[in-house]
Write a protein that binds this ligand. Structure first.
Ligand code: ADP
Ligand code: ADP
Length: 221
């Protein structure tokens, strides 16, 4: 589902060059739940951003959902990303002055959908994360765990093949973190969604199918 070959990423400014990824080669199978761990600054977010086609590698080959993406125009890339990938972040990234339902509908605005379809799909996604009773709330009226569930609903509303999660339980206590993990595990099992998750938490990582460790931009295993 995701194929990375010899991915190198160099960040260049006027004065500094940082080798953030050094020849990373990684295959993620369809239906796999993979976690990525490693110390701060080792390149985890860079790797996830490259997998999410948010950032281009300096060198190497990427294939997402059997498609080579390096020849796509910006517009085609945005469309492909919107259809294929769902993103979840540590700090939720919800829009605070939109109600829960409207937040979840957002990714569908870039697709050919009617208001009625958007409402239906968003309602369905919120049911899957157990938040049907909060659709008219604003994000600031919710707990951290509930906000993350809204973010998951937004990530899955368009039924993406792949979910990329950057420290999804990082701001939550362990009870809420476990709830979020259970939702991701069920999503992976029941819908076959491929998930790649960056985490600092060994317990969470051990619940996934496979763990890849990074150190200084290189894979350790
Ligand atoms: P992690 O997510 O594991 O904490 P990152 O992928 O954020 O690591 O960063 C990897 C390395 O790349 C770090 O050394 C960081 O300082 C550097 N880096 C990240 N983003 C940039 C950027 N936009 N410009 C320059 N250097 C960056
Ligand atoms: P933090 O928790 O430190 O705020 P996140 O995990 O939320 O970091 O974000 C990780 C990366 O995703 C960042 O490099 C950021 O630029 C990028 N990002 C943040 N929000 C979005 C978004 N809505 N769509 C795409 N990329 C985003």
């Amino acid at each position: 589902m995701i194929r990375l070959q010899n991915i190198e990423k160099v960040y260049r400014t006027d004065t500094i060059e940082t080798l953030a990824l050094n020849s990373v080669t990684l295959d993620v199978a369809k239906g796999e739940f993979l976690s990525i761990m490693g110390p701060s600054g080792c390149g985890k977010s860079t790797l996830l951003n490259i997998m999410g086609l948010l950032d281009a590698p300096s060198r190497g080959m990427i294939q997402i959902a059997d498609k080579k993406t390096d020849n796509l125009s910006d517009k085609q890339l945005a469309q492909f990303r919107n259809k294929t990938l769902g993103f979840i972040f540590q700090s939720y990234h919800l829009i605070n002055d939109l109600q829960v339902l409207d937040n979840v509908e957002l990714p569908l605005l870039y697709r050919d959908t009617t208001a009625k379809e958007r409402r239906m799909l968003a309602t369905e996604a919120l049911e899957k994360v157990g938040l049907s009773n909060r659709i008219k709330h604003f994000p600031t009226q919710l707990s951290g765990g509930q906000r993350q569930r809204v973010a998951i609903a937004r990530a899955i509303v368009g039924k993406p093949d792949i979910i990329l999660a950057d420290e999804p339980t990082g701001n939550l206590d362990s009870a809420m973190g476990n709830e979020i993990m259970d939702i991701l595990i069920n999503l992976n099992r029941n819908e076959g969604t491929t998930i790649v998750m960056v985490t600092h938490d060994e317990n969470m990582a051990h619940k996934t199918h496979r763990l890849v460790r990074l150190f200084d931009g290189s894979q350790v295993q």
